[in-house]
Design a binder for this molecule. Structure first.
Ligand code: MF3
Ligand code: CO
Length: 256
């Protein structure tokens, strides 16, 4: 069952999403070569808590045996890392890196989820293009996020756009409904058939999140049980917002 949020629930969603967007603004301003990914994590956690939020990724359960719950407040995935990079004092951000930061804020019992891939210093043009196409893919999907359309219309638009531009979408991970829980129904794949899946209705809150790879779509998981990397070593980018379906145009809740 896909939940339709009430007016009051939507107000609470908006506040959690506002804090999520604010944290990204601070990260965008502060991210620099020489910083460790743990420093970025601590900065994000501070801003989240100062604004009455809780970093919802911290302690997120692993369902794999022997793998600890997620230790970071945010996910930081550099270059060929796709998602779920674990913040570490040993990982130093370098000039020319593309750094994906995916973060979820819980506030007032509701969640805001957004990801950006940041360009650090002098980034090669091919990497810049990947990041730009990944962002555009989100907006291609968003155009279909309206009542009367189906989830498959959103998925199809994202997948086609990425493929047309010569890149691959990750198939093993997807966008999702969001609300009291970080992950709710429906799942929102980044590829699929137009006209398939559930119908969109006003009051649905969704996290749409293209994960794009320069080369082949295949991925691997590192021994830490979290970090997902590209199998072929090419770069990957991520762009995500939490949105609200309305009678008319969708509202992006995690951009301020
Ligand atoms: N923020 C991710 C998403 O977009 C989920 C992260 S799970 C965690 O759905 F364990 F890494 F926190
Ligand atoms: Co998400």
């Amino acid at each position: 069952m896909v939940e339709i949020k009430s007016k009051r629930e939507i107000e609470l969603m908006k506040e959690a999403c506002r804090v999520t967007a604010l944290v990204h603004k601070v990260i965008e301003r502060m991210i620099k070569p020489g910083m460790t990914t743990l420093e970025l994590d601590k900065l994000a956690e501070k801003v989240i808590r100062e604004n009455g939020g809780i970093p919802a990724e911290k302690g997120y359960p692993s369902y794999e045996k022997g793998v600890p719950n997620f230790p970071g407040s945010i996910c930081v995935s550099i270059n060929d890392e796709v998602i779920h990079g674990v913040p570490s004092e040993k990982v130093i951000i370098k000039d020319g890196d593309i750094v994906s930061v995916d973060l979820v804020v819980q506030k007032g019992g509701f969640h805001g989820d957004a990801a950006r891939t940041y360009l650090v210093g002098n980034v090669p043009n091919d990497a810049k293009r990947l990041v730009e196409i990944t962002k555009q893919a989100f907006f291609e999907g968003l155009q279909f996020a309206k009542p009367g359309n189906r989830i498959g219309d959103v998925s199809h638009a994202i997948g086609e756009f990425v493929q047309k531009n010569g890149y691959s979408v990750v198939q093993e991970f997807q966008g999702h409904g969001i609300g009291r829980n970080m992950h709710e129904e429906p799942g929102i794949p980044n590829y699929g058939k137009a006209g398939k899946g559930i119908k969109l209705e006003p009051g649905m809150t969704l996290a749409i999140e293209p994960m794009v790879i320069q080369g082949s779509p295949d991925i691997l998981e590192l021994d830490d049980g979290w970090t997902i990397i590209t199998e072929d070593g090419t770069l990957s980018a991520h762009y995500e917002n939490t949105i609200l379906i309305t009678e008319k145009e969708p509202e992006i809740l995690t951009i301020i």
